[in-house]
Design a protein around this ligand. Structure first.
Ligand SMILES: C[S@@+](CC[C@H](N)C(=O)[O-])C[C@H]1O[C@@H](n2cnc3c(N)ncnc32)[C@H](O)[C@@H]1O
Length: 216
């Protein structure tokens, strides 16, 4: 748990963000998650962030909006890409699910592909994370793309190469994913914990956990 009294709890920053972006609040857990992510940025003095999983670009914009942040890159698939799915289940976060939404509601395209940060100098990468070859390092890597086991493992292995300070994952403490049948984050991260890695929960009510990944 990192919510100790010496920590800054960036409630004001996150409340201001949500006031400016009222549609950012789509899940009950989202404010706790945003507080957790911004507290990591402040605590670890994070200046650069890479994100696996853009969707509307809400967390991307949250990172970008923080005054510490100098550079943000975010990666997602595009509906016109030829993706080979290996997840048989319909998780809210898996690529197949998103593709079905695209197919059913082509007009909803504005809700995808980083609509929150349109026009901002954020590096947007369209690539299947299974095929991604990292070119740069970032202080923090945030893993929040396809939540099935194979993808979380792939994205985490890339994050281990890319993160200068920390890796954060979304949806570890999230019962919803279990219900939807995609417990990949929990299963894979528990393997990492059992292998001796110290993965730390953030704030109560938040689905964000993190691990330090110090450079040699
Ligand atoms: C949970 S959403 C990301 C939400 C975003 N981080 C936020 O909180 O605002 C997951 C995203 O991962 C993307 N995704 C799924 N499979 C992917 C893959 N193989 N490579 C890259 N992105 C993928 C989906 O298209 C979706 O937009």
């Amino acid at each position: 748990m990192i919510a100790t009294k010496e920590r800054i709890i960036p409630k004001e920053f996150v409340e201001k963000f949500h006031k400016e972006h009222p549609d950012a609040d789509i899940w009950p857990s989202v404010i706790a998650d945003h507080i957790a992510l911004i507290s990591l940025i402040e605590y670890f003095n994070i200046k650069t962030v890479f994100e696996f999983g853009t969707w509307r670009g809400c967390t991307t914009l949250l990172f970008y909006s923080h005054p510490n942040i100098k550079k943000v890159a975010t990666l997602d698939i595009h509906k016109d890409m030829n993706i080979t799915y290996n997840s048989p289940k319909r998780g809210a976060m898996d690529a197949k699910g998103d593709m079905r939404i695209h197919e059913a509601h082509p007009q909803s395209e504005k809700n995808f592909y980083g609509s929150f940060f349109r026009g901002k100098p954020i590096k947007q990468i369209f690539c299947d994370s299974m095929k991604y070859v990292p070119a740069e390092k970032y202080d923090m890597v945030f893993v929040d793309a396809n939540h099935d086991y194979t993808h979380v493992k792939n994205d985490t292995e890339l994050a281990l190469k890319m993160a200068k300070k920390i890796i954060a994952w979304h949806d570890y403490n999230n019962g919803v994913l279990g219900v939807l049948g995609e417990p990949g984050v929990v299963v894979y991260l528990d393997e990492l914990i059992n292998a001796g890695n110290k993965i730390v929960a953030t704030y109560p009510g938040s689905c964000v956990v993190f691990m330090e990944n110090k450079e040699e």
